[in-house]
Design a protein. Sequence first.
Length: 299
Amino acid sequence: MAPTSTPQTPFGRVLTAMVTPFTADGALDLDGAQRLAAHLVDAGNDGLVVNGTTGESPTTSDAEKAQLVRAVVEAVGDRAFVVAGAGTNDTRHSLELARAAQDAGAHGLLAVTPYYSKPPQEGLLRHFTAIADATDLPVMLYDIPGRSGVPINTETMVRLAEHPRIVANKDAKGDLGRASWAIARSGLAWYSGDDMLNLPLLSVGAVGFVSVVGHVVTPELRALLDAHLTGDVTKATEIHQKLLPVFTGMFRTQGVITTKAALDLQGLPAGPLRLPLVELSPEETEQLKRDLAAGGVQL
């Protein structure tokens, strides 16, 4: 059974885009995934996104994706939303992943803009609609043109929002003006997908976060959100500024790399990376330690 959702917050407010733990020999670590998922929910997450880019989805098999969803739902599914990444640049494959995620017990789907092939807006409309039609699960769009190559335009957002199961958007576009218009016109529940912009996006109508730094600072993200919701702008700004070294440090290189390093420093399940991602150098690890310490993270 999934937690209770509302139209305003269909997946809760604070979600972490979870890494996929691997064993020392690079196999899927389901026990580690369950322990990490429980830790993140205990820390204050309303939901977890699995099989996203932060979960190294380009390097996990379809079978591994389904196993991971099933394991995380088993670990936390009555306490938190489990949203499964199902988007690829192949619509037919995306539909297969969406159905497999539903069969594995996911509470929702994350559908990224098809990457590399750079479809026109009509292609995006048909792609996302097909995913939403494939299951009974609510869908969160994922707009990240820096990786996908194309943005989801506001007009397309408005049209997609007409679908009863397309209920939210994860915004990693980095454009507060476009976000403001899209929030106002589409009515979609808006989630920040860029940790540095968590507070600014709240100010223009976002309801919460899908975070990477949530692996290490979920309580602080929750406190920032609560301060904003109660109108304590000064406190929200103070927390935002305190976290700036963390936001910066966790993205000095690719975010999965630093996140797994940070989890390893805290003794939490993470394991190695799958190529083409590679571990931090000793010098980069020392810099990460300094960044996290400057943001108040205990290692």
